[in-house]
Design a protein. Structure first.
Length: 79
């Protein structure tokens, strides 16, 4: 599996599979830009609490974007 490296455009990849913490870290350090993605899939979204990385990502990055600059979000839950 290739690692995201600084300077490697995210559009060189069709699919990125990362944990929520990893995704948040890549956004924070500038390796990945939030607006470069078309879809974010949040697996096990029902486990989120106030400071869960999914909530932090949505609160700090998604909600402050214009709708045309924000990726779609799909939350998956088990039933």
């Amino acid at each position: 599996m290739r690692r995201l490296e600084p300077g490697v455009p995210v559009f060189d990849h069709d699919v990125l599979v990362v944990t929520a913490d990893c995704y948040k870290n890549h956004i924070n350090n500038g390796t990945l830009r939030f607006e470069d993605l078309a879809l974010i899939v949040l697996d096990e979204a029902h486990h989120c609490n106030k400071e869960h990385p999914y909530n932090v990502i949505i609160r700090d990055y998604y909600l402050c974007r214009k709708s045309d600059a924000a990726p779609m979000v799909l939350g998956l839950v088990s039933s």
